[in-house]
Design a protein around this ligand. Structure first.
Ligand code: AMP
Length: 192
């Protein structure tokens, strides 16, 4: 056994969302930033999904994903790291549920339950957002929340945000899943 493997790490699930400034690229860049965090390993990440915005509807659809991270950071330290990544990618905090280049939510940290001024765990919106539950279920199909509720049960009951998976086509373009079978000249399906 190496010294490395003796270090205790927690498992954190992080929700990613973007609807400005080439959202797919924002998500890809954020995944790269998570992969490069010290004291942490990016274990896996979900497919990318497109979802309708919550709140104000006069904004573009969102691109969402969830990442699974092994980390030696405490929850607050990890929140600091996530907010630093948001800031690096030009996040400006404006209206609630408004458009944003990058939103990183700490969804789950082991089975921790906590509520402080800066951090609520599990994330307060987790049960009501299919664009969080669906990618979570994709990563860990049988997973439950600290209160014992199963992700797959929550998914059946939660509000719908017109969720559609994206697929990476043979020309290296992201498309909505329903467009996957279209031919090369179907440019309108490309998502950036
Ligand atoms: P948002 O506009 O959704 O990015 O909300 C950001 C604010 O929510 C920040 O001030 C955080 O301190 C707070 N917050 C509370 N709990 C969480 C959480 N689990 N993940 C991310 N931000 C959180």
């Amino acid at each position: 056994m190496t010294r490395h493997s003796l270090t205790r790490r927690s498992i954190a699930y992080i929700g990613l969302g973007s609807n400005l400034a080439q959202p797919v690229q924002q998500i890809e860049q954020a995944l790269l930033a998570l992969d490069q965090l010290p004291n942490s390993y990016l274990l896996s990440y979900s497919s990318l999904y497109q979802s309708a915005p919550m709140g104000p509807q006069d904004q573009p659809p969102f691109i969402n994903a969830v990442a699974k991270l092994a980390t030696g950071f405490t929850p607050i330290e990890l929140l600091d790291q996530l907010q630093a990544i948001e800031n690096q990618q030009g996040r400006v905090r404006e209206e609630r549920w408004g458009a944003r280049t990058l939103d990183l939510d700490l969804l789950l940290y082991d089975h921790t339950i906590m509520q402080t001024d800066r951090l609520t765990l599990p994330h307060y919106g987790i049960k009501d957002r299919d664009f969080v539950l669906k990618p979570l279920a994709e990563l860990s199909p049988g997973m439950s929340l600290p209160d014992g509720s199963l992700i797959k049960d929550l998914l059946e009951k939660c509000p719908q945000y017109d969720l559609m998976a994206l697929t990476y086509d043979k020309n290296h373009h992201w498309r909505l899943y329903k467009d996957a079978a279209e031919t090369d000249d179907s440019e309108p399906g490309v998502i950036e």
